[in-house]
Design a protein around this ligand. Structure first.
Ligand SMILES: CC(C)(COP(=O)(O)OP(=O)(O)OC[C@H]1O[C@@H](n2cnc3c(N)ncnc32)[C@H](O)[C@@H]1OP(=O)(O)O)[C@@H](O)C(=O)NCCC(=O)NCCS
Length: 150
């Protein structure tokens, strides 16, 4: 598996993965904009994973100096590459990035009903931190998973 930093011409891959995952256009647009923005900021990064010469997944991370925590801002893998370790490798890459920024740890928010995402984070050692009522929409709570490095 090859992990590389995002370049503007990779926007099409982010669009393709999110289309395959079944997300709405408004989320896809927001992710394209976030990729462009986060790839240019000094405290954030965007990475893509390639497997069999195809772009299999992506991840965004943002580090905040005020509390020394990094946040995974987006993570998705194309369904044809599920359960091949792609997301695990991408998370390792952003954990390395976070450590390089002297982060204390890393966290991620996801909808409470995202069973696949929740099982994934639990399997790689992230702990349920807190519940955010109505965070994603009326009637759709969010949950936050955290990993502290020490
Ligand atoms: C969640 C997601 C990122 C996982 O990606 P992935 O590349 O398939 O994950 P990995 O192959 O690295 O999985 C590592 C481990 O996580 C767990 N896991 C992953 N998907 C799982 C599922 N559907 N059910 C149960 N456990 C799961 C397993 O323990 C797995 O190890 P195993 O395959 O050896 O059993 C992917 O399903 C996805 O993109 N979903 C849509 C977008 C999303 O939900 N993003 C994350 C929330 S922000």
């Amino acid at each position: 598996m090859k992990i590389s930093a995002y370049r503007t011409e990779d926007a099409i891959h982010i669009r393709q993965i999110l289309t395959d995952v079944g997300w709405d256009e408004r989320y896809i647009k927001a992710f394209e904009q976030a990729a462009e923005h986060l790839s240019q900021e000094s405290h954030s990064a965007v990475y893509l994973a390639q497997l069999s010469n195809e772009t299999a997944g992506f991840i965004f991370v943002e580090y905040r100096t005020w509390n020394r925590l990094a946040q995974i801002q987006g993570l998705a893998v194309a369904p044809s590459f599920f359960r091949k370790g792609v997301a695990s490798e991408l998370v390792k890459k952003v954990e390395d990035f976070a450590r390089s920024q002297q982060a204390r740890g890393i966290y991620v928010d996801t909808p409470i009903n995202n069973d696949r995402g929740r099982r994934f984070y639990e399997s790689i050692g992230y702990k349920l931190g807190y519940l955010m009522p109505q965070y994603y929409d009326d009637g759709l709570d969010g949950v936050t998973y955290q990993k502290f490095f020490y």
